[in-house]
Design a protein around this ligand. Structure first.
Ligand SMILES: C[S@@+](CC[C@H](N)C(=O)[O-])C[C@H]1O[C@@H](n2cnc3c(N)ncnc32)[C@H](O)[C@@H]1O
Length: 394
């Protein structure tokens, strides 16, 4: 399962892992599971929210049918000793629709070994009287990265930051700049990709507790993870210590006008063990440093009804001008609910993905790096650095 709008990129991630999959509806990408690919998908997918395993599909128009079929499920296969089942139920155009009563019947049938905490989640979808029961293999949602403890006011969902990097085809061997980095979500996801580290670190998953857990399959996936950490550590130790002037190679740059946000982003990056890959600096967007290398500016500038479009026009215009004049070898990508504002920043930006974030429809707008001499479709004028950055999202 993923945020609706991210199916294509989640599908692509699975294919790149050698797992054949297909998009199967909003927020759903399907693949045939075995223990190894299930464990690996939980560990390595950067854009999925949760991985569930379908354990039964049947038709039911009344409780008798529901209980009859649910009795065929080998609940002991999935329900660890001491765990209680929790049923998350949705029903559309079906005779069974009373979610509390459905949960009660499934509870009776599954004969739970425990009634309290901890819980094992089962996802029950009833669509036109067809019931699908799936067991959750992830536990805490995959977008909960353990390193993310310091949050700003409007943090981006981690899976969306990772999806944006992949959708823009960011090459991890080139630079990445986020001038509105907030709590650092985009730069940290970029650093994890560059270092080829799993997005969730060494977290635990629901499948670890299943009675049908296969230690051999897990050992092989865990071995891969340990290898990734070893390589990351070796790369880190082998890296030469550079002075500021020498630091011209591909960087990951995280800036924000707010000192507290930079401190939060740094703390998160330290927890993710990638702080050494990121240059943090408190700096308004107008004062972004010039860079002559290749890369991508991917950012999530202030937006939203609360701030009002008019107040933000100047900020977006300035962002576009800064990128054109100081980062000429860079592509640009903005995650914002405001298409008009994005075009104010750069007339060549095109929406390449849509999803909902914080209750608002949001789009990822992108333009690749432009060849030298390219004329922008809509020129917003040149940068006036004497203008003050007066707009904040507070
Ligand atoms: C939507 S938030 C970014 C959230 C971030 N992606 C995250 O995951 O935490 C926008 C950020 O822009 C910063 N900001 C607002 N105006 C700015 C300016 N003129 N220059 C630089 N940063 C600014 C705010 O401090 C805020 O952290």
């Amino acid at each position: 399962m993923c945020t609706p709008g991210l199916e294509a990129v989640c599908h692509r991630e699975l294919e790149e892992m050698g797992i054949r999959s297909k998009k199967a509806g909003p927020g759903v990408v399907e693949f045939a599971v075995n223990a190894r690919n299930l464990y690996a998908a939980n560990v390595w997918l950067r854009t999925a929210s949760r991985i569930v395993v379908r354990i039964a599909t049947f038709r039911a128009t009344d409780f008798r049918h529901l209980q009859h079929h649910a009795m065929d499920i080998d609940w002991r296969h999935w329900l660890p000793d001491g765990f209680a089942p929790r049923f998350r139920i949705s029903s559309h155009e079906s005779k069974l629709y009373h979610t509390k009563a459905i949960a009660q019947r499934l509870h009776q049938v599954s004969m739970p070994p425990s009634l309290g905490e901890p819980e094992q989640l089962f996802v029950v979808r009833i669509e036109r009287n067809t019931v699908t029961i799936s067991v959750d293999s992830s536990g805490q949602g995959l977008h909960h990265r353990p390193w993310r403890t310091e949050l700003g006011e409007a943090p981006l969902r981690t899976t969306m930051a990772a999806a944006a990097l992949l959708l823009c085809d960011w090459d991890p061997a080139t630079s990445l700049v986020d001038p509105f980095c907030g709590s650092g979500t985009i730069p940290i996801e970029a650093a994890l990709i560059r270092r080829r580290l799993p997005p969730g670190g060494e977290r635990e998953f629901a499948f670890h507790h299943w009675p049908c857990f296969e230690p051999g399959a897990w050992a092989s996936v865990a071995g891969e993870v340990q290898q990734a950490w070893r390589s990351a550590l070796t790369d880190n130790e082998a890296a030469p210590v550079l002075t500021d002037d020498e630091h011209a190679g591909p960087g990951i740059v995280a800036t924000d006008r707010d000192d507290a946000m930079i401190a939060a982003a740094r703390a998160n990056a330290e927890a993710a063990e990638v702080a050494d890959l990121i240059d943090f600096e408190a700096r308004v967007v107008s004062h972004l440093r010039a860079r002559s290398d290749q890369g991508l500016v991917l950012t999530n500038p202030p937006y939203g009804r609360r701030l009002g479009t008019n107040r933000l026009v100047g900020l977006y215009r300035r962002l576009g001008a800064v990128v054109r004049e100081r980062l000429p070898g860079y592509g640009l990508a903005l995650i914002t609910s405001e298409g008009k504002l994005a075009r104010t920043a750069d007339g060549d930006l095109r929406p390449i993905a849509s999803f909902r974030h914080g209750g608002l429809p949001v789009r990822l707008h992108h333009r690749p790096a432009q060849p030298p001499g390219h004329q922008s479709v809509e020129s917003s004028g040149s940068l006036d650095t004497t203008q003050l950055d007066t707009v904040t999202d507070r």
